[in-house]
Design a binder for this molecule. Structure first.
Ligand code: PXP
Length: 240
């Protein structure tokens, strides 16, 4: 399994003081040195964390891969086509939300998504769609030509009881299997942390996880490099 780290929160901290530090690009380099397989960031329409200049700088220095999380707003699509990340993850975006709350409604937005996916494919950029673990959304992701799905693990992460967690794990596992059968690659993310990642790692169909908040929070105690190495160890089964 591959681990990609979302570095949006480094930019959130930088923006809190309106200065230059901490620099998301420096953080990306540390994460790569600590063994991640890719760097994720979300260029939001309101630019609340990552900004256009961050993206340009990240594109220059990243040596693993850049996964740009984004809505399909025309202005953001234009920037993405200029930056040329290795992959994009299409997500829904609401101004008022603290973080991406739900999966994309791939079923309702088939036409618009298909057009955007075609543009990315014409430019050699792989496309993942962030979806809730539901069969109609996986079928729709295949229909619109996505290369990958990222399964939303939020409900699993937020489940309070062991029984609830198991229920969501079964759904994630079944939907991952279905996606693989349809020859979609399977990623997963949202709310994953050091205590809940292990059952996800055991789902063979999931090839990549995208984790942000938990690693950045841990970094406050042990430093970014150690926090990343600890998660790399859990995801890849290596000792840190
Ligand atoms: N995947 C997607 C599509 C997301 O929007 C986010 C949050 O930015 C994540 C993964 C990472 O979630 P978390 O910060 O809870 O690890």
């Amino acid at each position: 399994m591959r681990l990609c780290i979302n570095i949006d929160h480094i930019a959130t901290l930088r923006n809190a003081r309106g200065g230059e530090l901490p620099d998301p690009s420096d953080a990306a380099t540390i994460c790569e040195q600590a063994g991640v397989d890719g760097i994720v960031c979300h260029l939001r329409e309101d630019r609340r964390h990552i900004r256009d200049n961050d993206l340009k700088k990240l594109r220059k220095i990243i040596t693993t891969k850049l996964d740009l999380e984004m809505s399909i707003a025309p202005d953001i699509v234009r920037i993405a086509l200029m930056i040329k990340p290795e992959m994009v993850t299409l997500v829904p975006e609401k101004r008022q939300e603290l973080t991406t709350e739900g999966g994309l409604d791939v079923v309702k937005q088939k036409g618009a998504l298909q057009k955007v996916i075609n543009k990315f494919h014409d430019n050699g950029i792989l496309v993942s769609v962030f979806i809730n673990p539901a069969q109609d959304h996986i079928d729709a992701a295949k229909y619109i030509g996505a290369d990958m799905v990222e399964i939303h693990t939020g409900e699993y992460s937020e489940a309070r009881s062991a029984r609830e967690k198991r229920k969501h794990l079964v759904i994630i596992s079944q939907m991952s299997r279905l996606a693989r059968k349809l020859e979609l690659s399977v990623n997963a993310g949202h709310g994953l942390n050091y205590s809940n990642i292990s059952p996800i790692v055991k789902i063979r169909e999931i090839e990549e996880v995208s984790i942000g908040y938990a690693i950045i929070v841990r970094a406050l105690s042990v430093g970014l490099e150690t926090a990343v190495r600890e998660m790399v160890a859990l995801v890849k089964g290596k000792s840190s």
